[in-house]
Design a protein around this ligand. Structure first.
Ligand SMILES: Cc1cc2nc3c(=O)[nH]c(=O)nc-3n(C[C@H](O)[C@H](O)[C@H](O)COP(=O)(O)OP(=O)(O)OC[C@H]3O[C@@H](n4cnc5c(N)ncnc54)[C@H](O)[C@@H]3O)c2cc1C
Length: 470
């Protein structure tokens, strides 16, 4: 019998299983699907033989728990970092390359001002003074008081002008939190803004390999080496809970697995289903049921020639737009260097138009690529794939930050992990990695073996930190 069962082999489940295996426990990982990785999975495209991800992901320099896992697995060098420009932004008026400088925050953002002034007036920028001061002075505890309000209302209340809201905030919130401004918790938005303002040096990175290759093989090997196992096609249907806590799991195929220690590393909808019918988990089941999914449509286009010189660009929100972020994998993955462009992009949340057939998604995406990269107008798409993803992350609507649960549950021997847990981070691979580490710490602490695996969420630095202390 295993020492611990971890249900779910996404980033959260594998981070947890790895930490437990490193602590010498025998871990059984149960995965409903045919491969590991969950929402950050990769698989082989049948036509081209290329490894594709569920959808293209970015890693940031602030993904400290995710990067710590990669360092542990010796794959951290497989991230391609981009410091200059920090991002290339395309909007209805053209292209802007955004830069930062290695100066104490918030001065690092100064090089962005000339570009911002090409789209906004001095008055529009000046209208951010109150919200910037508020962001500088917030801490994780005080920002949660803003969870009652929506992001749009908060921006207006703080005097941010409509032009700035429409040009900057609408796109930023959709890209980073995957919900429209009007449906986003002001606390979730301010957490991200506080770090953008208060942390100099943050930048984006991209997996040089298929995303799952960064962490799935290494984590699974570590589990096997410590005497554990990873089982696929193993869907948990029900929890068996007795007076003394968790007793076991009923599987969809009728099998029963006994365990006294279990981590559910699952999305909220799955936790809601499994918690249902257990009096001790009634509160958790109700809470988990409140989380609504933000869907994605990720499109891959294989061109017959190189069409860009760019690795990554973002498209500002517009009512007619579809995709938000574009990645040319031939400029990111060394194995594809010098080859024809493979563009991967994401249509997020309300932009993921479920009623559009694949052909229309592909055609519209080709149009958006050609608007950015004129070379694409002469090029032919030789192959395309459209991935429809019902949930990329849970929506952080007003009130949802307060509902994010900790790893411990009301049932002895049962813990939770997953991007939606209370990690003080936006739902992401980093939140998933931190939650997995936190669940492992809680489990080991309950065994009288306290260890430190998780890294705290990043905090502000420079003048912004100074302002917080006033
Ligand atoms: C297209 C796309 C783009 C994204 N972009 C980014 C990005 O740029 N940066 C970033 O940081 N994050 C990004 N994310 C979000 C990120 O992928 C997720 O936050 C993260 O992967 C969630 O991991 P998790 O382990 O919490 O959950 P999951 O990945 O959902 O893992 C849960 C696992 O449990 C399994 N499971 C479910 N039910 C059962 C059951 N009953 N029994 C057994 N197993 C079960 C599932 O099959 C799954 O493998 C993106 C997501 C998508 C889809």
């Amino acid at each position: 019998m295993a020492d611990v069962v971890v249900v779910g082999s996404g980033v959260a489940g594998l981070r947890c299983a790895l930490a437990l295996a490193d602590a010498g426990l025998r871990v059984t990982v149960l995965e409903a699907g045919e491969h590991a990785g969950g929402r950050a999975a990769s698989w082989q495209d049948e036509t081209t033989g290329m490894q594709v991800d569920a959808g293209p992901h970015v890693i940031t320099s602030e993904h400290r728990n995710f990067l710590a896992m990669l360092r542990r697995l010796d794959t951290a060098r497989q991230v391609q970092w981009q410091r200059r420009p920090i991002i290339t932004l395309q909007d209805g008026k053209g292209m802007l390359r955004m830069h930062t400088l290695p100066l104490p925050s918030p001065l690092h953002g100064l090089p962005m001002l000339p570009n911002a002034l090409r789209r906004l007036s001095v008055g529009d920028l000046w209208s951010h003074r109150r919200i910037a001061w508020q962001a500088a002075r917030l801490n994780e505890r005080s920002l949660r008081e803003l969870d009652v309000e929506d992001a749009n209302a908060h921006l207006r209340e703080m005097g941010v002008r409509p032009a700035a809201i429409e040009w900057f905030w609408r796109s930023a919130v959709l890209a980073l939190l995957n919900v429209p401004l009007e449906q986003c918790s002001a606390a979730s938005m301010m957490r991200v803004f506080r770090l953008m303002l208060g942390r100099s040096g943050w930048h984006f990175g991209f997996p040089k390999l298929a995303l799952a290759q960064l962490y799935v093989p290494g984590a699974c090997r570590a589990v096997l080496r410590s005497g554990g196992q990873v089982l696929f096609g193993a869907r948990v249907r029900q929890l068996r809970i007795g007076e003394g806590g968790i007793e076991g799991l009923e599987m969809e195929d009728g099998l029963s697995i006994g365990t006294r220690r279990c981590v559910l590393a699952l999305p909220p909808q799955e936790v809601a289903k499994l918690a249902g019918g257990h009096a001790a988990l009634q509160q958790l089941g109700t809470t988990a049921g409140y989380f609504r999914p933000a869907p994605y449509i990720s499109t891959y286009l294989w061109y017959d020639r190189p069409v860009t010189h760019e690795r990554f660009w973002a498209r500002a929100w517009s009512p007619q737009g579809l995709n938000t972020d574009f990645h040319d994998l031939s400029k990111i993955r060394p194995a594809l260097a010098g080859r024809n462009s493979v563009i991967a992009c994401n249509a997020i949340g309300p932009m993921a138009r479920a009623d559009w057939p694949d052909g229309r998604i592909v055609e519209h995406t080709m149009g958006e690529v050609a608007e950015f990269a004129p070379m694409a107008r002469q090029a032919r798409v030789v192959h395309a794939r459209v991935h429809r993803i019902p949930m990329a992350i849970p929506q952080m609507r007003p009130g949802m930050e307060a509902l994010r649960p900790p790893p411990a549950t009301a049932v002895q021997g049962l813990w939770l992990a997953g991007d939606w847990l209370d990690t003080a981070l936006p739902c992401s691979m980093e939140s998933a990695a931190r939650s997995g580490a936190m669940a492992a710490e809680a489990l080991l602490a309950a065994q009288g073996r306290p260890v430190s695996v998780s890294l705290p969420a990043p905090d502000t630095r420079g003048f912004v930190r100074w302002a917080m202390a006033r």
